[in-house]
Write a protein that binds this ligand. Sequence first.
Ligand code: 2BA
Length: 109
Amino acid sequence: MKLVTAIIQDKDAYELENLLAKNQVPTTKLASKGGFLKAQNITFMMAVKDSQVDYVLSLIKSTAKRRKQMISPSVSLEVMGEESMIQPIEVEVGGATVMVTPIEQFHQY
Ligand code: 2BA
């Protein structure tokens, strides 16, 4: 078995949740927050058979969209210099950051 952990944007969570349910993929959804943007994102945890991993990845891929976002850096003037402080930075967020890890044991009591 494998644990598929997928961090996706808040905006895509509802669609992915429905798609996983429709395809009978068991999932736990956690509210999370990115360390860089400090914006809410959603983390899905799915323990699935090895043979289902590629299918689950394809569902995530079909749902999660990459988006461009402008941010104002909050780094102090001394570190960045005055010009950098004024300019917002464009970053591309998502679609999904996915980790697949082996599960040594799986129990449900
Ligand atoms: P955040 O940490 O809020 O990052 C949002 C986006 O900001 C990232 O999108 C990336 O495009 C950019 N970014 C992050 N750190 C940066 C930096 N030091 N300099 C410049 N730009 C930076 P994604 O890469 O698509 O990541 C989306 C979210 O996935 C992240 O939100 C974080 O919650 C999670 N994530 C990404 N990589 C991770 C990792 N290695 N381990 C755990 N979580 C991760």
